[in-house]
Design a protein around this ligand. Sequence first.
Ligand code: GTP
Ligand code: MG
Length: 453
Amino acid sequence: MNQETIAAIATPQGKSALAIVRLSGPNALEIAAKFLQIDPPTLKPRTAILTKASLKGEFLDEVIALYFPKTASPTGEDLIEITSHGSPFIVSSLLKAALASGAQMAAPGEFTRRAFLNGKMDLSQAEAVCDLIRAENQAAHRAAFLQLSGGISKTLREIKTPLLEMLTHIEACLDHPEEELPPPPEKEFLLSLHRTYEAISNFASTYERGKKILSGPRICIAGLPNSGKSSLLNALLGRERAIVSEIPGTTRDTIEEVLPLAGLAPLLIDTAGIRQQASDAVEREGIRRTQEALKNSDLAIIVIDRSREISLEEEKTLLSIANAAKKENKPAIFALNKSDLPRRIGKHWEGIPVSALLGEGIEDLKKVLSARLSQETLGHEVLITNFRHHQALTEAAKEILLAENSIRDNIRKWEERAAFHLRQCLHFLGEITGDNADEEVLNSIFSKFCVGK
Ligand SMILES: Nc1nc2c(ncn2[C@@H]2O[C@H](COP(=O)(O)OP(=O)(O)OP(=O)(O)O)[C@@H](O)[C@H]2O)c(=O)[nH]1
Ligand SMILES: [Mg+2]
């Protein structure tokens, strides 16, 4: 239990309509009463009261104080939130008053750290608080919210149950050899271990998607030179961001812009057109960058100029882009551009007709894009978004394989070995929820938080 009472400003720096200073700890009320006109014994829990704040006897502001007793507070300690006008002077003076009255300046994430230490949430939930605050799009928000609601510990509980049953069974046999308990059923154990391995690996594999969600999905616009890629970027953004010209090979450097789309905020990347005969070394470098952008994207828009015929060589180039996307399981959407001109392209080319020049078909394209991105990123499944969690799951899965091997290879005293690996596995799973987290781990996690959270 922490003896110190901590204080911090919980809202961003700068002028704002309102701002909040928080105090948490055993003396929160007593300290607040030194600079607010409140009477602790009469303070009603979770009820807003209007009061006056002062620093060294000098009036600061009329504020709203909200008291959460430790039995029902987010930190598990007495907590007071003071809402004042958002003047940097008032807010810093309130903090000064709290510190002068006996509070200590809170470290980054210390409120959440105390919530974790007081059993209000597990470590994966505490980490999700940070992700929730940082979430910049709907998918990242949902991933963080599902974790904050305890989604990770729920999934882990389901994984742990059969492991604990197995371990209990083996340990009973090991501890009481004289009681002639039936030997552990090897076949059943192998099956259960296999299922657990799958469950852990599947959970760990959600990290690939989770990572993409946090950083925001990437959409790469690619195609032949002059097909209208830069025009399409501009049309999607609704402003003239990239240079457009009738000279093939205009775009060289990749151009990246965030596209506000269905709450997903994907990064839209315009690239140099791909062709075999680049005019110079700069264009060749541009094409290399296009290939790299395609590789690092989650979705490709392949732009094709439908107003002209496509040579065999060009067809090969386009198919190689599409096949590369397919190989990596990446959706590729074909946009048949220049729909304002008569169609000359072969009938086998299918895609969404658009005219980047006139802005026609752009809404249809946006709809398809957001549907594909939502499908990729907006599920209700709990995802792993944190490298630390992914690492722990990978280690836990390895232990299951080792436990399986000791049974399968019928190693002498396999029970002891299997029990060891099962305990190791549970240890790694417990790292995620912070069952035995040490100071160092907690320091590294909470140092990434903002002060006041
Ligand atoms: N008629 C018509 N012309 C278009 C359309 N979209 C683009 N263009 C024209 O096609 C030419 C090439 O457009 P860009 O957007 O620069 O093409 P790009 O694919 O970015 O070309 P590179 O950067 O050279 O690879 C320009 O002259 C555009 O005005 C369209 O929908 N209709
Ligand atoms: Mg261009």
